[in-house]
Design a protein around this ligand. Structure first.
Ligand code: ZN
Length: 245
């Protein structure tokens, strides 16, 4: 079974469309959260994820916009974008975001936006030290898919070892899932990459081949930037798209 992974879409319709094109004919689509926030097309992105029945968990931006988390968790620009997003949201989009679970436990993987021990705290995993509590919570799963940092990378821990290794995947590539290891994989962000690669990031988890492939996909960044300018969204938020940072 082939799972297409689209994380941190962040209301970026052009990136989402390019990502879905690149994924092509996968069996199921899954998303580790942050459908909205920052970008100019929240409703269109919610509608696509709803229509395509994408298995999605709740991101911190989804939680704030859906009123499940206070706005003051955010910095100024994220707050401005969240306020703007709340004003734009249709009842259907809001309902969709409110309905998202914090964790999805599938047969072959577990998925969370931030970290497993406290999904509602939306903690970041940026080092083996921060990955440790999530490895400890994975129990029978040997793969945890995450988002949140917008950085494509993986952590793997061999059976019997207490420490994991961290590997950058920002240029893309294929990860072979070995049976003697457990993995935390962040396929990067579709709509706002922050690993110094401005291309949209997507993943394909193939359960038969036991691989996770990360691909970077071109999209018309200037179109998204223009829409953000027209919507009067904060300048740093549209400028960063071209730098992937
Ligand atoms: Zn995000």
């Amino acid at each position: 079974m082939r799972h297409g992974i689209i994380s941190d879409v962040h209301s970026n319709l052009e990136a989402l469309e390019a990502a879905l094109d690149a994924l092509g004919d996968v069996d199921v689509l899954i998303s580790p959260g942050d459908v909205v926030g920052y970008g100019p097309n929240p409703n269109e992105c919610c509608e696509i994820l709803r229509e395509r029945q994408v298995i999605t968990v709740m991101g911190n931006h989804d939680a704030v916009v859906a009123g499940r988390m206070p706005l003051d968790w955010f910095n100024l620009f994220a707050r401005e974008a969240a306020n703007w997003t709340q004003e734009q949201l249709t009842a259907e989009s809001r309902e969709f975001l409110e309905s998202l679970p914090m964790v999805h436990r599938g047969e072959t993987f577990v998925m969370v936006h931030g970290s497993l021990p406290a999904p509602e705290r939306f903690e970041y995993i940026t080092s083996p030290r921060e990955a440790r509590p999530t490895f400890a919570e994975m129990s029978t799963s040997d793969l945890c898919l995450i988002g949140h940092t917008h950085v494509a990378e993986l952590y793997f821990q061999k059976a019997g070892e207490l420490w994991s290794s961290q590997v950058s995947m920002s240029a893309g590539g294929t990860i072979d899932l070995k049976t003697d290891s457990t993995y935390i994989i962040n396929c990067g962000s579709v709509g706002q990459p922050r690993d110094f690669n401005p291309l949209a990031a997507v993943g394909i988890f193939d359960t038969e081949a036991r691989t996770v492939e990360i691909r970077r996909v071109e999209y018309p960044i200037q179109v998204t930037q223009r829409k953000m300018q027209e919507a009067d969204l904060p300048e740093p938020l549209w400028r960063r798209l071209q730098h992937g940072a």
